[in-house]
Each structure stands twice: as structure tokens, then as C-alpha cells.
Design a protein around this ligand. Structure first.
Ligand SMILES: [Mn+2]
Length: 394
């Protein structure tokens, strides 16, 4: 079973440590309006539990997992619902469920035989970020155990190498996304607004029981130069190049694909698009196992500087400011449960890693932005473009 096997690998990697991992808590937008909920990805990977407020105790020495059910008020249960113990056990493969009220005694008991516990933290440079659940869990553990250590790096390294079951889900998310892109491309001449394009993706995803893996971007003309534009509220003109950065999430795994389409491209738009497409092909062809990440980044810089030079946007490869102005983001990130899945800061690429390749060139003064993004699996002998069946044509 998928999550049981994930825990087995986690226990092996952490040498049988005791782990107490918290899922995210439900956050509120206003009075009685809950924020959209997405489970913390490490907790989900280890447990499969999608509901807020749950925790898992993994007793590595005994190979035993216990879920902790949150204490929900009657009102919360009525409005938000919850899963039964049987459902939680079935989804997770855990051995038992205890209640939040029983957790304190359980931890006190474990502390008699364990001085050290590992957990997940969501801090960056010591600053606490986002959902409070993990921080609260860690604070509690620090009160009870002698030593509390993070296991984020171990989890990132484990999750970076995708198992066959994970690759199947990623491929399915990609196939659903590609299908939606192809449908939008077929209807391309009929769209009047960015919102119509977003709507067609949403309809296609929901019909396949998938969701958007992240806030969809449909950015026409000058809006394409705002990297996280997501209002998708403008009309599109025939001359506008439209950056569409959209991916489905299917059974917990994300796709992340970008294409740029245009009804009546100007010669400049054709040039810029051609340069990005050419660069993207060249960058993908670099990828193979054992390639040093720092060599990859250096070669990507060379390829992108060539592309910008060819378009007359920089006059010399040493023009770093110009380079960063027209290509202001990273070219790759990991992909998996998270749309930006950690690869665990590896020195070199390894078989089983999945990452995006997404060069873009953005020229605000000409109101042109072009980005092309595919999802690449590092294989034993090279790399496979998992979204390569979808044409990158303008
Ligand atoms: Mn991406």
C-alpha cells in the first residue's frame, strides 16, 4: 500500500527514529468562511489523510503508525464533516487511531523510552511561515522530549525520487492537462477573454475528477510580464501572445505546463517564441543522470544568454542586469505532491527525479511575454519529456 510503503522507506531512512508529524490546521478567511484547504505534503505523503488537524506518530523501532484525530466541536463536524476511524485506517494503513485528548499521555509514555523525536518544521531562516500546526506540534514536543530534530531534508530526499505509483499519478495529471491544452488550442480563434480559457481548463479538469494544482495563469499581452498574474480577467486582442501556465492535480500529484498561444502573432512575437522554444529544447537535451546541478545552471545561463542576444535584448553575455531583466526566474523546479516539490538540494540529478523546464522571455516595453514549460523525468540513461506530446507551437 502506497502510504505504508512510504513510511517503511521513511523509517529506513531515519534509522528507526520516533517521528510525530502534524498535518495542517483549517484556516479561516473570515467569520464562518473556511479557507480552501490543502494538506501539508509531507504529512499527506506519510499518511494519505486529506482532512485538517490530524497528526501521525511513527514509532520507527516498532514499525508502527498511530493516527491522532483532531478534537472537533459538534458545529465543526456538522459543517466541515470528518472521516471515520475506519476510513482513516483504510486510507493510511496505520495500526490505530487515538484522539487529540489521548495524545499528551501517549507522548509522555513514549518520552520514557525515547529522548529524541523527529518532526517537520516550516520555518525559513528561523522565521515561522504559514500554517501554525507544525510550529505548535514542535513546541509541544520540545516540552516533552529532550531533543526535537527536523526531518524535512530526509523527507525531501525520499520524495525527490519518484516511485512507479507516483510516476503513474504524475503522468495521469499531465495527460489530463495536455488534453485540456489541446482542447483550448482547437478552440483558440473563438476566445474573447482570459477567463473563458481558464473556464475551459476548469471544466475539463473537474470532468476528470481533477483540480487545478495551483492558481491558473492566463496572461495576455503585457500581463504575461507579471509572472504570477492570476486574475485572468482581461479581454485578449488578436496580437496578444497569451501565456497559459496551468496544471491539474490528480490523486495528490501535480502537473505544471505552460504554452504560449497567439491569434495573429507579429513578427516579433514569432521571433521571441521561436527563441524560447529553441532554448527549451536545448535545455531539455542537457538533462541526464549524474549531471551536476551547478553545471546545468551554468549551461542554462549560456543558452538563455544566446537566446536574449539573438533577439537583441542583451549585447554581451556579461550583461547580468539585462539577463535578469528579461529572464527573471529559475528555469527548473521539482514536481510531485507539491507543484514546487523540493528535490532535497541535490548536487547532481538522479534517476526518478521529475522537474520542470520552463524558460521564458519577457519584454515589458514590447508587451510580449513567452514561456514554455514541460515536465521531465530523469531516467537511468537520460531524460523523458512527460508532457512532450503537447506541441509547443505558437
Ligand atoms: Mn512551473
Amino acid at each position: 500500500m502506497f502510504h505504508t510503503e512510504n513510511r517503511r522507506r521513511f523509517i529506513e531512512r531515519t534509522q528507526g527514529a520516533l517521528a510525530v508529524i502534524a498535518g495542517y490546521d483549517q484556516m479561516q478567511l473570515s467569520g464562518d468562511m473556511p479557507a480552501p484547504f490543502l494538506q501539508e505534503s509531507n504529512f499527506w505523503w506519510l499518511s494519505g489523510i486529506e482532512q485538517p488537524g490530524w497528526k501521525i506518530i511513527i514509532d520507527g523501532a516498532r514499525g508502527r503508525a498511530t493516527l491522532v484525530r483532531p478534537a472537533l466541536s459538534n458545529v465543526q463536524q456538522t459543517f466541515e464533516g470528518d472521516i471515520s476511524d475506519d476510513q482513516a485506517l483504510a486510507v493510511s494503513g496505520a495500526a490505530a487511531v487515538i484522539t487529540e485528548a489521548e495524545l499528551e499521555r501517549e507522548l509522555q509514555q513514549l518520552a520514557r523510552t525515547h529522548t529524541r523525536v523527529i518532526t517537520t518544521v516550516n520555518t525559513v531562516d528561523g522565521e515561522f511561515h504559514g500554517n501554525p500546526a507544525q510550529h505548535a506540534n514542535k513546541t509541544r514536543l520540545e516540552r516533552i522530549f529532550v531533543s526535537v530534530e527536523p526531518c524535512n531534508k530526509e523527507l525531501a530526499e525520499l520524495r525527490a525520487i519518484k516511485q512507479p505509483a507516483e510516476l503513474e499519478r504524475i503522468q495521469k495529471a499531465i495527460t489530463i492537462s495536455i488534453h485540456a491544452f489541446a482542447g483550448v488550442r482547437d478552440s483558440w480563434q473563438g476566445y474573447k477573454g482570459e477567463y473563458e480559457i481558464e473556464a475551459d481548463f476548469t471544466r475539463e479538469f473537474r470532468r476528470k475528477n481533477a483540480n487545478h494544482a495551483y492558481a491558473p495563469i492566463v496572461a495576455g499581452g503585457p500581463r504575461a510580464c507579471t509572472l504570477h498574474y492570476g486574475a485572468n480577467e482581461h479581454k485578449i486582442r488578436a496580437r496578444d501572445a497569451v501565456v497559459i501556465d496551468i496544471g491539474a492535480r490528480y490523486r495528490g500529484y501535480a502537473a505544471d505546463i505552460t504554452r504560449t498561444y497567439c491569434r495573429q502573432p507579429s513578427r516579433r512575437t514569432v521571433e521571441v517564441h521561436g527563441a524560447v522554444a529553441h532554448a527549451q529544447r536545448n535545455i531539455i537535451s542537457l538533462l541526464r543522470p549524474d549531471l551536476l546541478v551547478q553545471d546545468y545552471i551554468r549551461q542554462v545561463d549560456d543558452i538563455m544568454k544566446d537566446a536574449l542576444g539573438g533577439l537583441g535584448l542583451i549585447s554581451s553575455p556579461t550583461d547580468t542586469a539585462g539577463y535578469r531583466r528579461y529572464f527573471p526566474h529559475a528555469v527548473s523546479h521539482g514536481l510531485g505532491v507539491d507543484v514546487h516539490d523540493s528535490l532535497g538540494a541535490p548536487r547532481y540529478f538522479k534517476p526518478g527525479m521529475v522537474l520542470t523546464v520552463e524558460p521564458g522571455i519577457y519584454i515589458p516595453e514590447q508587451s510580449i511575454g513567452v514561456r514554455i514549460e514541460d515536465d521531465i523525468l530523469i531516467t537511468a540513461s537520460g531524460a523523458q519529456n512527460l508532457s512532450g506530446r503537447l506541441s509547443t507551437d505558437l
